[in-house]
Design a protein around this ligand. Structure first.
Ligand SMILES: Cc1cc2nc3c(=O)[nH]c(=O)nc-3n(C[C@H](O)[C@H](O)[C@H](O)COP(=O)(O)OP(=O)(O)OC[C@H]3O[C@@H](n4cnc5c(N)ncnc54)[C@H](O)[C@@H]3O)c2cc1C
Length: 402
């Protein structure tokens, strides 16, 4: 065998897993299809302090700290939430990924860029990976364990027939320069027409820069005019004052897989990160859940390599561990998402104006957490029935199910 472990995908989660397995003394190879780590950026770069902590990436990658949000809802309803604590960090995502890759290299992992894993086959002692370079030259690598950290369109998951996320959300995201107003509040736009099944956002990134984007879900999109690229233009036109003097510096489209995959392991294989839909169903954020699951992925891998047991039976411990860590939050998030997908514009407007009172603002600021949306939802579930039929019906049901 060439390697103990081949990790397909040099994204943040793949590099973090490679780092931890290599640190235990195993020979680890990371294959990344792009020419460099961290590019192109397909992320708004919003994470919590705890996500930064578990990544072990230095805080020099933090560009801005956000202490609240302004929520824009249909009918000109606005909810302003501004607290004293830091709720979210806006990071330099490219530097973040590069730091994780550097950490992996320092523990001894090898990273090869410009190689796309295209075929996999079981061989007597593990798995043979075929990878294609830019010039069409193919290379072969064998390993005892294959880690699929290859994102939402995972080739490893497709090879195993394991990829069945419930939903794929399509996003269009940009980095822009704004002529003014670079504060510490996120701006979130909720509107069934503007962002069908998802939301729009502005995350100020300091230095008069901001991340602006929007998404839509095929579950609710009815026609082509609702492609995220076109929705982005509608967002800009709808709020001209917020986007005055805007210049788009970079743009990208992207996909987020949402769901709870019940099997993310097979003989000699583990799936992790976006490849395993380790994302938050409400916001689509995947860095924290991916890194959390990555810890369990590396832990199970190290034990399995040590006792040379790479059977599905042994590797299923990984599934149990990551589900214990984030599975409940994902399933609660999926139920919240179901409620959100059913909401009409009038209901979103009513909910936002209802919450726009000091008592609810205080509650949201106290329990709001970027990684654990259920903490706040559990509190909001007890609003009086007259307040919002939708909120109470949906969230009460959730709290009873918990
Ligand atoms: C527009 C957008 C905005 C987002 N904003 C946020 C945010 O603000 N906060 C947050 O937490 N999350 C956000 N996310 C989600 C976040 O980007 C992902 O959850 C995170 O990148 C997952 O990391 P990963 O390592 O699992 O996968 P990825 O980052 O997707 O990395 C997978 C890597 O595998 C490589 N690869 C794929 N196939 C192959 C192959 N066959 N061979 C070799 N290499 C391969 C890819 O090139 C890629 O580098 C956003 C996503 C999008 C699309």
């Amino acid at each position: 065998m060439n390697y103990d472990v081949v990790v397909v995908g040099g994204g943040p989660v793949g590099c973090a897993v490679a780092r931890d397995i290599a640190a235990a003394g195993y020979r680890v190879l990371v294959l990344e299809e792009h020419q460099e780590i961290g590019a192109p950026v397909q992320c708004a770069g919003l994470i919590s302090k705890r996500a930064l902590e578990i990544s072990r990436v230095p805080s020099t990658t933090v560009l801005n700290r956000l202490n609240g949000a302004v929520v824009y809802a249909p009918g000109e309803k606005i909810l302003r939430l501004e607290g004293k604590k830091v709720y979210a960090l806006v990071i330099d995502r490219r530097a973040f990924d590069c730091s994780l890759a550097e950490q992996a290299r320092l523990t001894g992992a090898e990273i090869l860029c410009g190689l796309r894993a295209v075929k996999f086959a079981y061989v007597p002692e593990g798995i043979m990976v075929e990878a294609r370079g830019r010039e069409g030259k193919n290379c072969f690598f064998s390993c005892r364990l294959l880690v699929g950290a290859d994102g939402h369109n995972s080739a490893v998951a497709r090879w195993l027939g394991m990829h069945q996320p419930l939903e794929k959300v399509f996003l269009y995201a940009t980095e822009v320069r704004l002529s003014e107003g670079n504060g510490h509040l996120a701006h979130i736009f909720l509107d069934r027409c503007l962002a069908p099944g998802w939301f729009g956002w502005i995350f100020p990134a300091g230095n008069n820069r901001a991340r602006v984007g929007i998404g839509s879900s095929p579950l609710v999109v009815k026609n082509k005019r609702e492609s995220p690229r076109l929705l982005f233009n509608q967002l800009i036109n709808r709020y001209p004052l917020l986007f005055r003097g805007m210049k788009v510096l970079q743009n990208t489209s992207g996909v987020i897989s949402i769901g709870l995959l019940r099997q993310t392991y097979a003989a000699h294989v583990l799936l992790v990160g976006d490849a395993a839909a380790h994302t938050k169903p409400v916001s689509g954020g995947g860095l924290y859940f991916g890194l959390r699951a990555g810890k369990h992925c590396a832990g199970t891998a190290i034990k399995a390599l040590k006792i040379q047991n790479l059977t599905p039976d042994f590797l299923s411990a990984y599934q149990k561990e990551w589900e214990a860590a984030i599975g409940q939050e994902i399933s609660t998030g999926l139920k919240h998402r179901e409620v959100f997908l059913e909401m009409k514009n009038e209901e979103i407007g009513r909910l936002v104006s209802f919450l726009n009172k000091p008592i609810w603002q205080k509650l949201i600021l106290k329990y709001g957490d970027l990684d654990y949306h259920s903490w706040l939802a559990a509190r909001l579930a007890f609003v009086p029935p007259w307040a919002s039929h939708f909120l109470t019906a949906g969230l009460r049901k959730l709290s009873q199910e918990k």
